[in-house]
Structure formats: C-alpha cells, structure tokens
Design a binder for this molecule. Structure first.
Ligand code: KIV
Length: 264
C-alpha cells in the first residue's frame, strides 16, 4: 500500500472504492492494522474504555491521547493517522488549536472532534493553521451524559435534518473527513451523498465511504455487551492478522456491514 493521504481517500470516494479504518492504541496494534493494508488508523479516545477501564471516554486527557498517539505513530506504516481530541479539550478556537497542535506534534495527521454545527469556526481555524479535522457526528460518546446513554441518533426528522445541514456546513468550513456513529442507514447514505469529503461509518449502514471498528471488538476481546454493529472477525480466522485481513476483504467486497449490523 502507498502512503495513504487525504487526497487518496477522496479519490477512493470518487471511484466508489470502499476503505477501511480501525482503532489502535499502541505500536503492536498499529503494526497489526497497518501491515494488513487498513487505510486509516484512529487513536480513539475509546482507549478510556478499552485500555483504562472507564465506563465512558470522559476521563481521557490530552496527555493520554498524546502518549498513545506517539506509540501508534511509531508503527503506523502507510496508514493515515487520526487522533481524537478528548472531552472538553476544544471548547474554544484557541484551546482547540493548542491541543490539536500537541496531537499533530505527537504524530497525528488529522485530529477528530465530536459535535455538529457549533464546530464550524473551530474546524475553519484549525484548517487555517494547517491542521485537518475529522468531525464525528451522530452518537458522540463524549456527550453520553447529555444524550442519556449510548443511543441511535437522528431517528426523528428534525435531528436528521440538523445532521445533514451540519455535515454540509462542516465540509464548507474545511473538515476533511466525517465519522457517523449509530445513525439510521438511510440517513448515513444521504449524508454520504451530500458531501464530497470521505465519510466513515460505524453502525451507520453499508453506504458510507469507509467503515471503522474498535480493534478489540473485531478481535472478540471486548468484555461485556457487544453493540449491534460489531462483528467478531476472529470466529473464522486462525490469527489476529487473518481477522484484520478478513475485515479488510469484507468491507472492500461490501459483505460487511450486513443489514443486521445497521439501524433502520
Ligand atoms: O474513539 C473511538 O474509538 C471512536 C470510534 C468508535 C469511531 O471514536
């Protein structure tokens, strides 16, 4: 695989070629993922759940994210590296710029923020300073206490319209990528068609340009309840490498996600 850049992902979208993304939190996972040709690695603040054992991502700090980003960056190979700005680390343009700078200097190539239209000035400011952003819409885990739990978002018309309008405004402001989590498949398909930038889905149906999973979910290593959008790729694989390769094949040949992994 050649070094993955934002323009390569845009070309893949234009050509209707699906791309893959997985989370990684350390150098070993980064090597596992990049060596199987996964285009995008996310150092997700889901590390708060899967590495630190918290029940949400709220306790994760910028220092935590910089540490894990440095670890992943060492073995990210040709994959594009996105890192999450954690909870309450981008409440103003100035704060976002300072913390995004730290993540970029730790090895990130794109920073991810959770939110909707209120992020427009922040995304524009980051872009002016040479920092590409990925905006995470739908179920935004950092807002779990406002959302009242991990629930599908955008089922009603008003929320769906707000999400479509936010996606368009964020693209205009300079966002480079969108992530849609736990939104009805038809809404995700409409958002994906409404913007030129690549859209990555998780629990968002098969029509987004790329698919992402938390690596430990794919490897069947997650304790507790499994969300509906998770598939255990270890079930038919002999090794972790095989499981990641099976995920890549399944996304590319459009057998994952199946309808049962999405929401109507
Ligand atoms: O933090 C994370 O792992 C994420 C993905 C689930 C998209 O945001």
């Amino acid at each position: 695989m050649a070094k993955v850049t934002l323009s390569i992902l845009s070309d893949m979208k234009k050509n209707g070629e699906k791309f893959t993304s997985l989370t990684a939190y350390d150098a070993t996972l980064a090597h596992l993922v990049s060596s199987q040709g996964v285009e995008v690695i996310l150092v997700g603040d889901s590390l708060g759940n899967v590495c630190q054992g918290h029940t949400s991502t709220v306790p994760v700090t910028v220092d935590d994210m910089c540490y894990h980003t440095r670890c992943v960056s060492a073995k990210a190979g040709d994959s594009l590296l996105i890192a999450d700005l954690p909870f309450a680390s981008y409440t103003s343009e100035q704060q976002a710029l300072g913390n995004a700078t730290r993540l970029m200097q730790a090895g990130a190539e794109v920073v991810k923020l959770e939110g909707e239209a209120w992020l427009v000035p922040i995304v524009a400011r980051l872009r002016e300073q040479g920092i590409p952003s990925c905006v995470h819409l739908g179920l935004t885990p950092q807002s779990v206490h406002v959302l009242g739990g991990y629930k599908v978002q955008g089922r009603d018309e008003a929320r769906a319209t707000a999400m479509i309008e936010a996606a368009i405004a964020l693209e205009k402001a300079g966002a480079a990528i969108l992530v849609l989590e736990c939104v009805p498949s038809v809404l995700a398909a409409e958002i994906t068609r409404s913007v030129q930038i690549p859209v990555i889905g998780i629990g968002a149906g098969a029509e987004t340009d790329g698919q992402i999973l938390v690596i430990y979910d794919l490897l069947n290593m997650t304790a507790g309840r499994k969300p509906r959008f998770v598939k255990n790729f270890m079930a038919e694989s002999d090794s972790t490498q095989d499981a990641v390769a099976a995920f890549v094949r399944a996304v590319k040949d459009r057998t994952f996600p199946a309808p049962e992994h999405g929401f109507e």
